[in-house]
Design a protein around this ligand. Structure first.
Ligand code: TYD
Ligand code: MG
Length: 449
C-alpha cells in the first residue's frame, strides 16, 4: 500500500495532508494529491551509483564530461555543452518552440555511432517527421520513438547507447506504479525521477520538454525544478519572432548567460548580433523613442524603449509596461513628475521594450525616463543617442556596472552620443559623452518638436 501525499503544483512543496495555502510559496489552492512511493520495507538505502566517499581535494579531478550541442547559444547557456548524466528541463509556454528546438538539438547531437533517441509523447511519428523535413534534419541517427510509457522507453534503450535522450514532453510520460493520468503531479514527478535515475546510472544526458501553465492545474516545471540539474526557460512574446533562452537553474554553470533566437520558416536561428536585430525597426527621431544600453546575461545589448504618454479619460490613469517592471515604472513616473513638473498624474502611460524582450535592470531607468519625458513633451531625442543609468528616489542618476562594455557596444552600433550617469567613473573611449546628474537634466537632451 502506498500512502497518499500532496504536492504544491507551483513549487513542489510536499505535505501529508491537503493544504489550502502552500507554506512553501504562498500559492492558494495549488495542492494536488499523488500517491507516495510504495513502501519497500526498511532496508539501508545504498547510493544509486554506488559512489564511495572521496577526499575533497581529489574531488575536482573528476572532470565533467561535456558534449557540445553544436548550437553555440545553447552551449553558452549550458556552460559549455551537455554534461554527461545530467537532466535538462526545457520549460516554456505551449507553442513557444520547445519541440522545434529539441528536434534541432537532436539533429546536431546525432552522429554515426552515437544516435539520439527522440521520444515523442505528444505528436505522431509522422508529425515529427514532417517537422524534421521542414527543419532539414535527415540524419538516420535521430531515432524517433512515439511513446508515453517510461518502461517502454527504457526497454528501447538497451543496445542503442544514445548520445542523448530527448523527451517531448515530460507531461505525457507515465509510469506503471501510479494510477493517475499523464500530466498529473504524481506521474510527472515519478517519470522525471525515472529519467533522472536513467541519466545518473548510464551517463546519458536527458533533455525534457516541459510546458509551463499559468493555472497550475498541470504539474509544471516549478515542480520539476528540484528534480533536474538544469532548467532552461524559453520565453518570447506572442506575435514576435524573438525567443530568449536562459538558465533558471544550472548545477554545472552560471545562470547569467542567455541566447537569443529568431523563429523562422525553417526553425530557430540564433541571433548573432542582438543589438542590430532589436534596433532593426527603430522609430528613430520619433517622440517617445529612446535607445537603452542594457546588460543581459554577460553581454551588452541595445534596445529601443518606447513610451506613450496621453491624456487619460479615466479617473485612475492607466500604467502599462511591457518587458519592464510595472512597479519600477510607477517609481520612475513619480520621480520624473516630481523632478521635472511633467504632469503624469492625469495621463495614461504605456512603456514597451521593443522586440518582446523582458529586461529587469536598473540601468534601463534613465532611458525609460527619457522616453517618458520625450513623449510627454512631444519632442524627440537625438537619433544618435544611446542612454544608460539608474535613477534614485531623489531624482539623482546613479552609476551602474560595466560602463565600458556598454559604451563599446553603443559605439559599435554607430551611436555617436551616449548619455551616462554624471558620477560614472571614466569609461573608455566613445563618441560624445553626455553626463547626466539629475533626472531634470534629461530635458536638455530633447530636441525642438
Ligand atoms: P513548437 O516547437 O511546436 O512549440 P512547443 O513545442 O513549445 O509547443 O513550435 C510551435 C510554433 O513554431 C508553431 O506556431 C509553428 C512555429 N514554427 C515556425 O515558425 N517555424 C518552424 O520551422 C517550426 C518547426 C515551427
Ligand atoms: Mg511541442
Amino acid at each position: 500500500m502506498s500512502r497518499e501525499l500532496f504536492f504544491c503544483t507551483e513549487c513542489g512543496y510536499e505535505s501529508r495532508k491537503w493544504l489550502g495555502r502552500c507554506p512553501g510559496c504562498g500559492a492558494w489552492n495549488s495542492f494536488a494529491s499523488a500517491p507516495g512511493p510504495p513502501k519497500k520495507g526498511r532496508t539501508v538505502r545504498r547510493g544509486a551509483s554506488g559512489a564511495a566517499p572521496v577526499p575533497i581535494n581529489e574531488a575536482a579531478a573528476a572532470v565533467q564530461v561535456r558534449q557540445p550541442t553544436r548550437i553555440a547559444g545553447i552551449d553558452r547557456v549550458l556552460g559549455g555543452g551537455l554534461v554527461a548524466g545530467s537532466v535538462v528541463l526545457l520549460a516554456g509556454a505551449p507553442g513557444i518552440g520547445k519541440s522545434t528546438l529539441m528536434l534541432q538539438l537532436a539533429g546536431q547531437l546525432a552522429r554515426p555511432g552515437s544516435p539520439v533517441l527522440y521520444v515523442s509523447g505528444e505528436e505522431s511519428a509522422q508529425q515529427v517527421g514532417l517537422r524534421a523535413r521542414r527543419l532539414g534534419i535527415d540524419r538516420p541517427e535521430v531515432l524517433l520513438l512515439p511513446e508515453t510509457s517510461c518502461p517502454a522507453v527504457f526497454g528501447h534503450l538497451e543496445g542503442v547507447n544514445p548520445a542523448a535522450v530527448i523527451v517531448d514532453s515530460i507531461q505525457t510520460m507515465t509510469v506503471d506504479e501510479i494510477d493517475a493520468p499523464a500530466g498529473s503531479v504524481g506521474q510527472v514527478r515519478q517519470a522525471a525521477a525515472r529519467f533522472q535515475e536513467l541519466a545518473k546510472s548510464s551517463g546519458v544526458p536527458v533533455l525534457l520538454a516541459g510546458h509551463v501553465t499559468k493555472d497550475g492545474m498541470i504539474a509544471g516545471p516549478k515542480l520539476l525544478e528540484h528534480l533536474v540539474d538544469v532548467v532552461l526557460s524559453m520565453e518570447g512574446e506572442p506575435g514576435h519572432d524573438l525567443r530568449i533562452l536562459r538558465a533558471g537553474k544550472n548545477r554545472f554553470g552560471t545562470v547569467a548567460e542567455l541566447a537569443l533566437f529568431s523563429m523562422t520558416d525553417h526553425g530557430l536561428e540564433e541571433v548573432h548580433n542582438p543589438s542590430a536585430w532589436l534596433l532593426d525597426d527603430r522609430q528613430a527621431g520619433a517622440p517617445g523613442s529612446a535607445v537603452a544600453v542594457a546588460i543581459e546575461g554577460t553581454s551588452p545589448l541595445l534596445v529601443e524603449v518606447q513610451a506613450l504618454v496621453t491624456p487619460s479619460r479615466l479617473g485612475t490613469p492607466r500604467r502599462v509596461a511591457q518587458g519592464f517592471d510595472p512597479s519600477r515604472l510607477a517609481l520612475l513616473l513619480a520621480v520624473a513628475g516630481r523632478s521635472t513638473g511633467a504632469a503624469f498624474g492625469e495621463r495614461d502611460v504605456f512603456v514597451n521594450i521593443v522586440g518582446g524582450l523582458s529586461i529587469r535592470e536598473p540601468a534601463l531607468d534613465l532611458a525609460v525616463t527619457a522616453a517618458l519625458l520625450s513623449s510627454a513633451a512631444d519632442r524627440p531625442l537625438p537619433e544618435d543617442l544611446a542612454i544608460f543609468g539608474e535613477i534614485g528616489l531623489l531624482g539623482e542618476v546613479r552609476a551602474v556596472s560595466r560602463a565600458e562594455d556598454r559604451l563599446r557596444e553603443a559605439a559599435a552600433m554607430g551611436f555617436g552620443r551616449v548619455a551616462i550617469p554624471a558620477r560614472q567613473a571614466e569609461a573608455g573611449e566613445a563618441g560624445e559623452i553626455v553626463r547626466i546628474a539629475r533626472v531634470a537634466d534629461l530635458a536638455g537632451l530633447l530636441r525642438p518638436a
